[in-house]
Write a new protein. Sequence first.
Length: 94
Amino acid sequence: MFPAPRRRLSMHIVIGLIVVAVLMGAFVLGARLRETEGPCPQPQDHPRRPATDRPPGEWSEYLRPAAVPLCDHAHRLRPHQMRGRTEPALPSED
């Protein structure tokens, strides 16, 4: 009913050899693909940040929210009715 222990051991060895062969083939294929790639970019090929005193991603202006009219619950404005207007404002000295 069950295979003999020696036969089971030989199947494990064959499967292990197949796995090792696949891994070695993947390594050789990766080495060949790496040889066909172009060289790494040099430092002068990278883009430069503009000359500024601000850190990247920081806003240089402050925005004042638009005035929202006060009204009762039945006549209130929905988000799609409001316009997303903002006005530049000077930074307050707190």
